[in-house]
Design a protein. Structure first.
Length: 507
């Protein structure tokens, strides 16, 4: 029996607003162009997220910064089963070559690349309704250079592929799904090539699609939510890895997957070991060789909303609606620190390019700066008049003395911030609090199962003990609540709940 197509709820009318430029200390940012398809009905509760990627062949390829990191190699050692002859998928490269030559490591992997096998244009799956491809796609791709940028974004039941420069203005392709809406996606920077782009897409149903838009083929993971049927809030490739990716779910869990492994029914409470304030579950060893998930972390009774990997690939910062920022060592699967928001849940998180600072934003209308190694709060940033939905550092305007970052929120504002630790009023250093002395309601339930030796707990500090940072630039940039802010060398990109993407040219 055919199931009915997904019907999206109605959404509010847009507030008319037309912003063409804004000024910053370094000069004028102008609206290069907007991407918006009026015929697409958005899923307003999720909004749109965007990702941009270009194919680079230069010697200073950003890929090398992943391979140069020891953490990237440790990921492979930990999760690849590369010493086990029974592994269903052989290692992509011998360990000694990976350690000795980042460039050789990247080139050697190409011969082992696996690609998705199911044609999305000919599929009989009830999950995919159709794909609409630009009539001139082959010609467009033939004329593209390594500097041209692809833009991908989700809107309602559609996943859209555009040219980031707006030439052509029509989508290169648009995939429409029938059973669920895309919520998050990511492009693998390690495997990108002129003939391959590995994307992972998470859905409201918990389904995951591994998709290559260049060949229009896909694979399906967690089909029908067989391992977790909760909404996926964020999905990301592990930096420097071809197969592994991480997904956070609305049920308060995070799962690590291997795109080349099979689906298998999974019950997190069957094989379980407690690690500090979160629980880790895995398949039995024989099943784990061939089946997903690689690992399951239960972190909260409320939704995990976002996570971000540290630049050295050793840690992941995780935020959730329980108002906590958690720092987890990925390699050891241990939690080192828990920080509490000033008020309410957290929606977004980002690391500074040097790994020294972490940004969070959420329901307290604040952006908060945390010092990772010093294990303390640095400042609260006041400027939004509604929930903060996305934060990001600008790596092209950060150095050891001054950091530039941006935030967007439900107030449709883009705010640029500049901060220097030496210029801030330094508050008293907070001592980590023991479990027995913690009485904060948001933390009490989480710490009830904590082991004797657990993570450092950092309760919320009062306003008088924390420095406040004032905005550098405040500008309303959309007519709808904003959902994302992203930096490129030549532009700032913002997205909103209606599915509009604005690209702001740098001075």
């Amino acid at each position: 029996m055919d199931l009915p197509n997904l019907v999206l709820p109605s959404y509010p009318t847009s507030t008319p607003y037309d912003c063409q430029e804004f000024n910053a200390p370094e000069g004028n940012y102008s609206l290069a162009h907007s991407i918006f398809i009026p015929s697409l009905q958005p899923l307003y509760s999720v909004g749109s997220s965007a990702s941009l990627v270009s194919i680079k062949y230069k010697e200073n390829n950003n890929l090398q910064r992943y391979e140069a990191q020891p953490g990237a190699r440790n990921f492979r050692r930990m999760f690849m089963n590369d010493s086990d002859e029974e592994s269903a998928f052989p290692p992509t490269i011998p360990e000694d070559e990976s350690s000795s030559s980042p460039k050789l490591s990247f080139l050697s992997r190409n011969s082992y690349k696996k690609k998705p096998r199911t044609s999305i244009t000919k599929t009989n799956s009830s999950f995919v309704q159709k794909i609409v491809t630009n009539d001139q796609l082959a010609k467009i791709l033939m004329s593209r250079t390594s500097d041209d940028t692809h833009l991908f974004y989700n809107c309602g039941t559609s996943f859209v592929w555009m040219d980031a420069s707006g030439h052509p203005k029509e989508p290169l392709s648009r995939t429409v799904f029938t059973r669920a809406c895309p919520t998050s996606h990511d492009v693998n920077l390690l495997t990108r090539a002129a003939d391959q782009l590995d994307l992972i897409i998470g859905f409201t149903s918990g389904d995951i699609i591994w998709f290559d838009p260049l060949c229009n083929k896909y694979g399906r993971i967690n089909k029908g939510g067989i391992m977790n049927s909760s909404l996926i809030t964020m999905i990301k490739w592990l930096p420097g890895h071809e197969n592994l990716f991480m997904a956070s779910f609305q049920d308060g869990s995070i799962m690590l997957f291997d795109k080349d492994k099979e689906d298998e029914v999974f019950h997190p409470d069957l094989i379980q070991q407690e690690k500090h304030t979160f629980k880790i579950s895995k398949h039995a060893p024989k099943i784990a060789l061939k089946c997903n998930p690689v690992s399951h972390w239960k972190l909260s009774l409320k939704s995990v909303t976002a996570f971000a990997f540290s630049p050295d690939c050793q840690h992941v910062a995780i935020v959730s609606l329980d108002g906590l920022l958690r720092i987890v060592n990925i390699l050891h699967e241990t939690m080192s620190d828990i920080y509490e928001s000033y008020y309410g849940g957290l929606f977004c998180v980002s690391w500074s390019p040097d790994g020294r600072y972490i940004l969070t934003g959420g329901q307290d209308d604040l952006v908060t700066i945390w010092a990772f190694k010093e294990q303390r709060i640095i400042a609260r940033c006041q400027g939004h008049h509604s929930w903060v939905t996305s934060v990001a550092f600008d790596p092209w305007r950060c150095d050891e003395k001054l950091y530039r970052f941006a935030s967007v929120g439900e107030d449709a504002k883009l705010i640029l911030w500049d901060f220097s630790v030496n210029a801030l009023h330094k508050p008293k250093r907070n001592r980590s609090t023991s479990v027995s002395s913690m009485t904060s309601p948001p933390l009490s339930s989480i710490l009830s199962t904590m082991e004797e030796k657990g993570p450092n707990i950092h309760p919320v500090l009062s306003k008088t003990r924390v420095a406040f940072l004032q905005p550098t630039v405040i500008k309303t940039v959309h007519g709808d609540p904003c959902t994302g802010v992203y930096f490129r060398e030549d532009a700032i990109i913002t997205s909103d709940k209606r599915g509009k993407i604005n690209i702001w040219q740098r001075p």
